[in-house]
Design a protein around this ligand. Structure first.
Ligand code: HEC
Ligand code: HEC
Ligand code: HEC
Ligand code: HEC
Length: 292
């Protein structure tokens, strides 16, 4: 009888402590923390870079009107995310009151556009997390013809064919049209096919150094796979050497809406309001063999 009571008592104590433990844990998992960080450049001069927590929508808390750089302001207002910052002249930034947890930082700047790679940071409530983002990424662009070798099978989603049929593959070509020349003239641009003013949103790796481009890379192919998926040199080589279909995290990026908004914003002279779900439907290329 005594034994039974003692066991019951012990069980009661155990339950009581585990409940209170969970309560404090939940409290910590909520709450907010700050992120202070730096964006470091290799070879590129320091210019403003937009840094945002990916995936959290809401009112933009950065005072867009106070930002003098019009291109940066256009990107910021398109993002509609609450947790953004713009780097200062030393590349430093600070985002405060970020919900605690594992978050992904994404960056945009004029030269590189939206960088598809995400940078993971763990934010603890009441604490300051630090982040160091090194740009540009040390990988080469190989061009969509290289991706075609492995991504044109119909039963695997034919990403190449779908891209080829989309407007993105013609984004450079269109800059040679009469319409483009008219648009360019209004902007004081002579030749849209050679001006960064247009190329930065109409081709892949517009601002990259020559050393970052593979031998087969051709800018004439417009907005290519690697603009959205990041430079694919490492992924293409790894897959060539293995017949394993399991792609490790970090080998090639899976972009989010953040990527699109780097170009589909009011800095585009031909801007049409961008609705992600609607636009994404027109370009999606899922692999039907993979379960979501
Ligand atoms: C040598 C073959 C090969 C080449 C070249 C190749 N891939 Fe892949 N890729 C694969 C295989 C195999 C997979 C895994 C199966 C799948 O998802 O289709 C894959 C998966 C992917 C995925 C999904 C990754 C994930 O997280 O699930 C993306 C995105 C991708 N490739 C993009 C590209 C891009 C962009 C290029 C060109 C720069 C490219 N691939 C070139 C073989 C290749
Ligand atoms: C901030 C990014 C950005 C810049 C800079 C930019 N464009 Fe575009 N452009 C786009 C996007 C995105 C579209 C697709 C229209 C849409 O859906 O918003 C587009 C569409 C176009 C179209 C229409 C194509 C069609 O199919 O009807 C033309 C023409 C064009 N751009 C010319 C130019 C010229 C010329 C310049 C340089 C003076 C330029 N663009 C600079 C992003 C940009
Ligand atoms: C405009 C941006 C964009 C371009 C250009 C683009 N993709 Fe994608 N791709 C995406 C997005 C967005 C996804 C979905 C990511 C996700 O589901 O997490 C995706 C998914 C994929 C996947 C994974 C499919 C799955 O269901 O697992 C592969 C493979 C892929 N893309 C290959 C390519 C190749 C090859 C090209 C060029 C021929 C290309 N993509 C061009 C944006 C793009
Ligand atoms: C590097 C800049 C850039 C990025 C990033 C980008 N786009 Fe585009 N997009 C363009 C340009 C430029 C055009 C116009 C091309 C043309 O008309 O020849 C365009 C056109 C389109 C169109 C055709 C619009 C129409 O009028 O039919 C769709 C749909 C689209 N993009 C969806 C997306 C989605 C979804 C993403 C993100 C996953 C994305 N884009 C990312 C530059 C970009």
């Amino acid at each position: 009888m005594f034994n039974k009571l003692a066991r019951f008592f012990l069980l009661f104590c155990f339950l009581a402590t585990s409940v209170s433990y969970r309560a404090t844990f939940a409290l910590n998992a909520g709450g907010t923390g700050d992120i202070s960080g730096v964006v470091k450049y290799d070879q590129i001069s320091s210019f403003p870079t937009v840094v945002c927590v990916d995936g959290i929508k809401g009112e933009n808390r950065v005072l867009i009107e106070s930002i003098k750089d019009k291109k940066v302001a256009a990107v910021l207002s398109a993002l509609k995310t609450s947790y953004c910052a713009v780097t200062d002249k030393d590349g430093k930034f600070r985002i405060s009151d970020v919900p605690a947890g594992q978050i992904i930082l994404k960056v945009w700047n004029e030269k590189l556009g939206s960088v598809s790679k995400g940078f993971e940071v763990t934010v603890e409530a009441g604490k300051e997390a630090t982040a160091e983002i090194k740009l540009p990424l040390d990988i080469k662009y190989v061009g969509s013809d290289t991706c075609k070798n492995c991504h044109k099978a119909k039963d695997k989603g034919d990403a190449y064919g779908k891209w080829k049929d989309s407007k993105h593959s013609k984004a450079y070509e269109i800059l040679g049209s009469d319409e483009a020349k008219k648009v360019a003239k209004e902007k004081g641009v002579d030749d849209p096919q050679t001006s960064q003013e247009c190329l930065r949103c109409h081709v892949t790796a517009a601002g990259a150094d020559k050393g970052q481009l593979g031998a087969k890379f051709d800018m004439k192919h417009g907005v290519q796979c690697e603009l959205c998926h990041g430079p694919g040199d490492k992924h293409a080589k790894t897959r060539l050497m293995s017949d394993d279909d399991i792609v490790k995290k970090g080998e090639i990026d899976r972009p989010t809406e953040f990527m699109c908004l780097g170009c589909h914003n009011s800095a585009s002279p031909q801007y049409k309001e961008f609705k992600f779900e609607e636009f994404y439907k027109k370009i999606e290329h899922p692999n039907p063999k993979k379960k979501k």
